[in-house]
Design a protein around this ligand. Sequence first.
Ligand SMILES: Nc1ncnc2c1ncn2[C@@H]1O[C@H](COP(=O)(O)OP(=O)(O)OP(=O)(O)O)[C@@H](O)[C@H]1O
Length: 222
Amino acid sequence: MILLRNVTKRYPNGHEALSRINLSLDRGAMAFLTGHSGAGKSTLLKLISLIERPSRGQIVVNGQNLESLSARQVPYFRRQIGIIFQDHHLLHDRSVFDNVALPLVIQGYRQQEIARRVRAALDKVGLLHKENAEPVTLSTGEQQRVGIARAVVHKPAILLADEPTGNLDPHLSREIMQLFLRFNQVGTTVMIASHDLNLISSLGKPMVHLHEGRLHRREAEA
Ligand SMILES: Nc1ncnc2c1ncn2[C@@H]1O[C@H](COP(=O)(O)OP(=O)(O)OP(=O)(O)O)[C@@H](O)[C@H]1O
């Protein structure tokens, strides 16, 4: 589902954030990306989601060689991917419902279908009763769950998360990881960048370790 061959990313300032990365993640698999701050975790997720392009090497996502995609094709490519950030980037002047609906509105879904899918996504993260709330009135953990509902509302085949539990206490962090495990159980391919080794090592999924932009260690086959 995700394949990187000899991928190097050098930013315009000359900094090499990733060096000759080879990595593959099967369809329906789940893996964690670990490493110290600055190791290149976010850069790797940005390359897979075409927020950034590699300087060298090849990336294939769901059978598509990313090199062959033009800027115009990028939004269509991204529909296969749900992305969750540590800072969930919610719009604070819109309700929970409207925040989750946003990707579907952009894709031109009909109102009725939007309502059905938004409620299904909110139900999955346990927030159906909060659809009319404003994000500021929610706890940090609830806001993160709204971000997750928004990322899965278009039923992406791939879910990428960048430090999704970074701001949460251990109990809430575990709850959020359980949510990702559940999405994975129903077939979504999941890759999560996290430095919370305590938590992720207890979840029984493979870990890919980055150290200064290099793939350092692979704890199990993904
Ligand atoms: N747009 C950019 N321009 C130049 N350098 C960058 C850019 N983005 C990231 N970097 C550098 O590339 C390296 C890898 O950054 P990246 O954000 O991928 O690391 P990370 O492992 O996700 O770290 P963190 O856990 O702190 O988010 C860092 O040294 C960072 O300063």
